[in-house]
Design a protein around this ligand. Sequence first.
Ligand code: NAI
Ligand code: AKB
Length: 309
Amino acid sequence: MYGNENIVASDVRKAPEGFMANGPFVYADVMNYPMLERIVVDWRIDWIVHYSALLSAVAEKNPALALSVNMTGFQNVLELAKIHRLRLYSPSTIGAFGPSTPKDDTPDLTIMRPNTIYGITKLHMELLGEYYREKFGVDFRSARYPGVLSADTPPGGGTTDYAVDIFHHAVRHGRYDCFLSKDTRLPMMYLSDCIKGTVDHLTHPTPLPQSVYNIAAVSFTPEELASEIRKHLPHFTISYPDPARPDFRQAIADSWPASLDDSMARRDFGWREEFGLEKMVKVMLAKIQAQVDSEKKNMVSNTPAAMTA
Ligand SMILES: NC(=O)C1=CN([C@@H]2O[C@H](COP(=O)(O)OP(=O)(O)OC[C@H]3O[C@@H](n4cnc5c(N)ncnc54)[C@H](O)[C@@H]3O)[C@@H](O)[C@H]2O)C=CC1
Ligand SMILES: CC(=O)[C@H](N)C(=O)O
């Protein structure tokens, strides 16, 4: 929309192959304030879209690092937003809710007592962002994403990752060992909806009545997802953990809402999803099948016989 050349992408990891052809990409560690400030000044940055974070499962394995990346990282970009008068967008998550939050149709404003380190850092982000908006006029915006499904990027260590992994296993192996129980209902969304909602939120003319909004598209359980996959791959099978020995991510999922009330986002910046469960499954399977076909083709064309043909 604004041209790739007007976006400076950054990470502490190398960009994926081909990414650099799209525009500038720089190394930036969100824990290093002077480094971030230098990028803001050198590139005349006026909006920051801050995605760096450790997700729920990896954060639970390394709470100290999660505190640094998620909290110090956010404090750094927030301070930069205040000093350099930047607009700041940073996603929150269903993980910011906790076990005492109402589980169904969870509204924007409700009980929030997360019991995971990820949730605590994200709630800290929400509250601090709101404080800087009130106190210093920082244009801070955030949406609480549900689990985001994408066929193009590997999942980053979250609890909703099963809903991405399942497709890769279904296409490649015809079976999947799920780490959540069959009836764990969680809110989810397809990546292109997430991107559209984020851009609409980010670019909406100020002021919006609230800083933080729920956005969601569908809610489903692993069993419902597996049934939908079976409509395309009838032989697909799925197994679940022994309820007596649940995976550590089960407790995380059980502390999160089953569905969100996102009516405020629909009202205030026109949030609307395009992908329901059926459409999402169809596209995910088609994309992953195309990846598998292209891998096979590459393997064949790299065999000595093909190379000398
Ligand atoms: N993927 C999902 O289902 C959901 C994601 N979100 C939020 O969206 C954001 C992005 O999530 P994903 O792309 O899925 O996660 P991801 O794990 O794929 O990406 C996180 C990125 O942060 C980078 N990072 C880690 N430490 C850093 C540091 N010190 N400095 C700079 N970058 C650093 C990593 O290299 C990685 O590229 C996160 O804030 C997450 O909380 C929220 C809800 C759902
Ligand atoms: C819902 C999220 O924030 C993320 N996908 C996770 O599972 O940690």
